[in-house]
Design a protein around this ligand. Sequence first.
Ligand code: NAD
Length: 466
Amino acid sequence: MKMDVSAVEMIVRRVMEEVGTLDKSNEYGYGIFDDMEEAIEAAYIAQKNYMSCSISEREKYIKAIRDVILKKENLELISKLGAEETGMGKYEHKIIKNRLAATKTPGTEDLITEAMTGDNGITLVELSPYGVIGAITPTTNPSETIICNSIGMLSAGNSVVFGAHPRAKGVSVLTVKLINKALEEVGAPANLVTTVYEPSVKNSNILMNHEKVKMIVATGGPEIVKTVMSTGKKAIGAGAGNPPVVVDETADIEQAAIDIIDGCSFDNNLPCIAEKEVIAVEQIADYLIFNMKKSGAYEIKDNVVLKELEKLVLNENNGPNKDFVGKSAIYILEKLGINADSDIKAIIMETSKDHPFVQNELMMPILPIVRAANVDEAIDIAIEAEHGNRHTAIMHSKNVDKLTKMAKLIQTTIFVKNGPSYAGIGVGGEGYTTFTIAGPTGEGLTSAKFFARKRRCVLVDGFHIR
Ligand code: NAD
């Protein structure tokens, strides 16, 4: 998927002019405000107006969001801006992720009414909007989360105010503008999706604590998830992961190697669902490593080089050095003075199970491999490395009993068997997508129905026709 750079730049300029990002006099509008209070007030008025729209109108608006994002020039623009502004991830993979969010996020069909009938009549349980939702979005999937949350939250009848990450403000503002402009063009109330021109922690705090914001959805690391859960409002927390991969002696090792390297290197390992460490049964470990190297892995065997890598990519707390988050394997190797082939996608090495590369979420295509004596030991190590995040785990095995054992014990929201991690969000795997995977608060793969309140509507002694 190669593009001529000047062609992309021309498109970027044209679309940015069109939506007003380059024209100061048109800097605001289409849902972008100077002040968070104004952004919330506008979304509040929008939602009131939205309540008088029919479901088929909602569907028309959701289609407009999907269509505007899928327009080739917009898709390329937000993907390019996302990679360039944040300095993380890969343009080609951001295209896939943005397209996925626009096509496979469920719409109004997700809202299913329950009915109970009997001698006393009928009771309906309907899914109604909360009102204004505050959604905090990450640097790692900035536009993807805005697209996915907008579709889900608007499908459920809400408006949404985004609190974007300051390091992804350009792409976040642009995505909100594109969505709002498209919505206005098909006659939706103005400002159903809003944000501020200068996102900041202060602005996100105003958003989380505002009385007109009835639900908070946070997609990010542990700190923001903890913060939203203590706001006293209905909160959905989609937090960090550290997905382990177990490979046992019954697996198709050649395919497992391909899948693991593909999943681990997707968008330079930024996705929270991406493979972060491998635990391989001793019996097949050498053959797995051999096949990983055939599939684009560069192996570090020299302990001195490994120490240099640790110094480079870890911070003082053994967490990720932000300068290397979302960077390519080739970039990281270059900084180590290693000129790798252009087809290298991931860096692998053998480590102990306690190594910081295993225990901490790095979000870089660095994949430690830990040997285990047998599959039961491998599962134990994986559970420890997942830290109870309840996020994602992967297993390559043909042994149904062991697959079941790991799924039961690790308790992750997503458990992918015999495939790359991204199959878990609908890329080459069945099911819808989301970029807000709520492990801590338990909604799992969020969609419209999770952004709605259940309301009971009772008619006494009527409409019971059995
Ligand atoms: P981050 O936690 O640094 O930031 C996420 C958002 O929270 C940003 O908008 C940021 O401005 C805001 N924020 C952070 N701390 C805050 C505070 N104290 N007060 C107010 N706002 C605050 O995360 P990131 O680096 O942007 O994203 C990566 C993290 O998010 C990883 O841990 C990844 O696993 C996780 N993530 C999870 C999911 C999921 O669906 N579960 C999806 C994407 C990313």
